[in-house]
Ligand binder design. Structure first.
Ligand code: DAK
Length: 257
């Protein structure tokens, strides 16, 4: 079901979630974040949904956290709001999330896109971590995630100047999966989502977990983790079905078992 700030649509095994505060360029206030997290967590336990497309509108994916909600806050207020816990919950969603980005994707909006597993951007999309312009710094992982993609020297320039950068530049630093014409952003994202939704759900889940391991800990830990996940998939019917289908030259029918 849709909520005030998140419109939900189901298309086969793909859920499309649309951020919906158009008057303020989808600024991420606490109710929007709570509604988004509630929906993602419900989807995570819904066997009917295998992939999520998260999008905004033509003008904005999201122009950041809601500045009006934070402007007068004290350190204690910010601490009590415990926003970090909200972002941690997004990080824990196990199903793949594709960010379909048009327009502004700034500050917390850019960090939200970077919490997703892929970013499909329209040619006109504008990314940025402009927090420095309002006297703060990225607060939802931007200094870490952007730096891992862009490297120290490019991330430093983007974060210290807060300048916006386009989809092509974002792709050149590795934080955008693919740049497509603006009008095709959701369509292209849906194509990828449907392709993912046709795979073995367990294999998809383990693959996402294993890829994300590359960002925590050491290479050796990541390799060890990947190997264990790989072996575990041999306990699923989908692995048997997938390999059998290959040998029999037919399309696999994955059941998630
Ligand atoms: N917050 C609140 N309202 C916003 C907003 C935002 N981030 N961005 C835009 N709006 C509102 C504008 O105030 C305006 O509202 P009205 O004046 O009509 O009431 C409406 O959206 C349309 O915006 P503009 O009139 O400004 O539209 P323009 O096309 O002229 O400019 C713009 C578009 C995107 C260049 C401009 O709106 C802009 O610079 N927006 C702010 C971008 C920004 O600085 N974003 C970063 C915000 S700080 C944390 C987690 C995350 C964060 C912090 C902590 N924890 C876990 C602790 C994240 C922080 C941030 O994202």
């Amino acid at each position: 079901m849709s909520t005030e700030f998140i419109l939900k649509q189901i298309d086969g095994a793909v859920a499309v979630l649309r951020l919906n505060r158009p008057d303020v360029l989808n600024a991420l206030n606490i109710p929007l974040m709570d509604q988004l997290i509630g929906m993602l967590e419900a989807i995570d336990t819904d066997p009917g949904v295998r992939c999520v497309v998260l999008t905004g509108n033509d003008r904005a994916f999201a122009a950041g956290a809601d500045i009006k909600e934070m402007a007068e806050a004290s350190v204690v207020d910010m601490y009590e709001r415990n926003n970090l816990a909200r972002w941690e919950r997004i990080k824990k969603v196990r199903k793949p999330i594709i960010a379909a980005v048009n327009g502004f994707c700034l500050g917390g909006g850019c960090e939200l896109a970077m919490h997703c597993d892929m970013i499909i951007a329209g040619e006109g999309a504008q990314f940025g971590q402009p927090e420095i312009n309002i006297g703060v710094i990225p607060g939802a992982g931007g200094t870490q995630r952007l730096t891992r993609e862009a490297g120290k020297f490019r991330a430093m320039e983007l974060i210290l100047t807060g300048r916006f950068f386009g989809a092509k530049e974002a792709a050149s630093i590795g934080m955008v999966t693919r740049v497509v014409p603006d009008a095709l952003v959701v369509e292209e994202s849906m194509k990828i989502a449907k392709d993912i939704a046709s795979k073995s759900p367990m294999a998809v889940r383990f693959a996402k977990e294993a890829v994300l391991k590359a960002f925590d800990g050491t290479l050796a830990d990541g390799l060890d983790y990947e190997r264990k996940m790989f072996y575990m998939l041999f306990g699923t019917e989908d692995q048997k079905e997938g390999m059998k289908a290959f040998i029999e030259k037919r399309k696999a029918n994955y059941t998630g078992k």
